[in-house]
Design a binder for this molecule. Structure first.
Ligand code: PMP
Length: 359
């Protein structure tokens, strides 16, 4: 039987060696005489797991010393409210770039706390393009600029960091660790773990120190970045197992040569798949080539009555979870760090075969 490849957008596939390692140490972690799920988060064994994971992430992303790294519960969505609560700092307005489904969600939450200036809006083109940055309408008095570097559903990805005179906040849920970035250009970076970091139940937040400690009054204590940094993300019981898995994924990524090495692979995987899509009249992707995502590649079939058959046949060929998000339709291949080149090659071969039969 051929290998199984899972193209899920998240929770997404994990690197095989990480799964094997998790299996090997599942019932007994190191010398803990219990599994990692059964030990205190404050005990020496877990503290070592927690600290090493943080240090490996710092090494991988080259995170400057004046940034705190938090391992929080609540997924990326918790940051949709934690960001305005912590970063307003006496201001009343905020800038949000609306480039897709996840921007829309972040905006809805921010509106509960601040006047939201939509500084650019891709909704008119169905989130298939990004307006030239020189035309964005930035509110210069706003507390920060929030954007989503990679929109997971439409497959729209920035190839630059917006340069503004205020903290830049990025929801990197679906692109963190996929390409090199300069962390010092950001005020806050956050990401749900279930794509390039590990499994769901964890959000990683990287926050510049000077932005901590000015939380809006009467908000939950748990939602104050200061509460979390003062307690090393252990004000209450953290998501210990997802934290451990994240640590194993970071070690794996270091073994691959780090982010610069995986970025080359990611670029090649995406280029090959887009080339296959563009070379055929049977498949298409509507996103401006300049802003096509390297992580999430939606594509549609010229004849959508074949969608169901495509999904059934691909599933039977061990290519899983290719159904597009319901708001876009068609197909979507999510090819995060853990997806090997061989998985993308298998998909391209399958697509060519399917076209030959039904095109
Ligand atoms: N932002 C982006 C870009 C996402 O892709 C997702 C999840 N797919 C979220 C936020 C929400 O993440 P969570 O489910 O962890 O809250």
């Amino acid at each position: 039987m051929s290998e199984i490849y899972n193209f899920s957008a998240g929770p997404a596939m994990l690197p095989k060696p990480v799964l094997s390692q998790m299996q090997a140490e599942l019932t007994e972690y190191g010398n803990a005489r219990a599994s990692v799920m059964e030990i205190s988060h404050r005990g020496a064994d877990f503290m070592q797991v927690a600290q090493k994971a943080q240090q490996d992430l710092r090494d991988l992303m080259n995170i400057p010393d004046n940034y705190k790294v938090l391992f929080l519960q609540g997924g990326a969505s918790s940051q949709f409210s934690m960001v305005p609560i912590n970063l307003l700092r006496g201001k009343t307005s905020v800038n949000y770039a609306n480039t897709g489904h996840w921007s829309v969600k972040a905006i809805a939450e921010a509106k509960r706390y601040a006047n939201v200036n939509i500084c650019t809006d891709s909704s008119a083109n169905n989130f298939t393009d990004i307006e030239d940055f020189s035309n964005w309408k930035i509110d210069q008095d706003a507390a920060y600029l929030h954007y989503t570097p990679n929109e997971t559903i439409a497959g729209l990805e920035f190839d630059y960091i917006p340069a503004v005179d205020m903290p830049v906040v990025a929801d990197m849920s679906s692109s963190i660790l996929s390409r090199e970035i300069d962390v010092s250009k950001f005020g806050v970076i956050y990401a749900g773990a279930q794509k390039n970091i590990g499994i769901s139940g964890l959000a990683i937040v990287i926050v510049r120190e000077d932005l901590i400690g000015n939380v809006l009054a009467k908000q939950p204590i748990l939602f104050d970045y200061a509460t979390q940094t003062n307690n090393d993300s252990m004000y209450n019981t953290p998501s210990t197992f997802p934290w451990y898995v994240a640590g194993r994924v970071f070690e794996w990524l270091k073994d691959q040569g780090g982010i610069s090495a995986i970025e080359v692979i990611n670029k090649n995987k995406a280029q090959k798949l887009y080339q296959a899509i563009d070379a055929s009249d049977f498949y298409s992707n509507p996103v401006n080539p300049k802003y096509r995502s390297r992580m999430n590649i939606p594509f549609s079939l010229a004849d959508e009555s074949l969608d169901k058959l495509f999904l059934e046949t691909s599933y039977n060929a061990n290519l899983l979870t290719l159904k597009g998000h319901k708001s876009v339709g068609g197909m979507r291949a999510s090819i995060y760090n853990a997806m090997p080149q061989s998985g993308v090659d298998a998909l391209i071969e399958f697509m060519a075969d399917f076209e030959k039969h039904y095109g």
